[in-house]
Design a protein around this ligand. Structure first.
Ligand code: ATR
Length: 277
């Protein structure tokens, strides 16, 4: 038996997903392929989906800008993906396409693997920075993993309020409030693209004071050492790199497709080396 996986998105020529899934195939001792199906934004998406159906894939990933656009083409959707309203993984089974979202859950897996002691107690106070596309999945995954002390800070506070309104224990604040009260948090997570190349000197908030043993985490992985993580390290924080989310969302997708569980030993360092060329 040989697996056949794919990725749709645009642009995806430099995607790291083929590399990651090839590692998983090796680590689980099975053969398979992971191919790129780049779909231009001006292409006929319905025709592209017809074409993809002919490929007899076991599963595929969806990245920007198609995580919502794929939804009408699915036969079923997992409850968590439904809640997020975005799909990054499709399982093709008996001619049916079943949609999942592994991004937020992958993020939580990555964080808990790197800092296992945080899973011992879920009462950690968490500050999420940003309220864009990636935030919703991470926030929802944290809630579903019983973290219930979450604050979201965003430039446009209304977007943070929209996310937190259904959870009495969550709150929305301005970036200024986050800067002034940053010492209160056990975990601070940048879920925005602020700091990504080429704007490598930008930070979503400037960190002044941090709690002892705080974890500062960034989902940006280009560069790995963002300005936010650099500043956090200077202040003595534990830091958590963005490429680990990429690894663990892929691990969860691979499990959905194969029912196999690739071990993650040393993959973090290996991917870091790939990223750093
Ligand atoms: P998305 O994930 O929605 O595609 P993103 O650029 O990754 O887009 O993230 C958007 C988030 O980053 C938003 O929370 C945005 O703040 P607004 O809601 O106020 O727009 C935040 N963001 C982007 N650029 C920013 C900047 N220069 N300063 C502060 N926040 C910024």
């Amino acid at each position: 038996m040989s697996f056949s996986f794919g990725l749709i998105g645009y642009p995806i020529q430099h995607s790291l997903s083929p590399w990651i899934h090839e590692q998983f195939l090796k680590r689980t001792n099975v053969t398979g392929t992971y191919d790129i199906y780049e779909i231009h934004p001006e292409a006929d998406f319905a025709a592209e989906m017809d074409n993809l159906k002919q490929q007899q894939l076991d599963g595929f990933n969806i990245t920007a800008p198609y995580k919502e656009k794929i939804i009408p083409y699915l036969d079923e959707m997992d409850a968590y993906a439904e809640k997020i309203g975005a799909v990054n993984t499709v399982l093709c089974k008996d001619g049916q396409w079943i949609g999942y979202n592994t991004d937020g859950i992958g993020y939580v897996r990555a964080l808990e693997s790197k800092y296992p002691y945080i899973t011992a107690t879920k009462d950690k106070s968490i500050l999420i920075l940003g309220a864009g596309g990636a935030t919703k999945g991470i926030y929802q995954a944290l809630i579903e993993n019983d973290y219930d002390n979450i604050t979201i800070a965003n430039r446009t506070i209304e977007k943070a309020q929209t996310l937190t309104q259904h959870h009495a224990t969550s709150k929305a604040i301005t970036r200024e409030e986050a800067e002034n009260n940053s010492i209160e948090y056990d975990i601070i997570i940048n879920t925005s693209s602020v700091g990504m190349k080429p704007n490598i000197h930008e930070v979503i908030i400037s960190l002044k004071q941090l709690k002892k043993d705080v974890i500062v985490s960034d989902i940006v992985y280009q560069p790995l050492m963002t300005q936010l993580l650099h500043d956090a390290k200077e202040l003595g924080a534990n830091i958590h790199f963005g490429h680990t989310m990429l690894l663990y969302q892929a691990q969860y997708a691979y499990e959905i497709w194969t029912d196999l569980h690739p071990n993650m030993d040393q993959l973090d360092d290996a991917l870091q080396q790939v990223l750093e060329g």
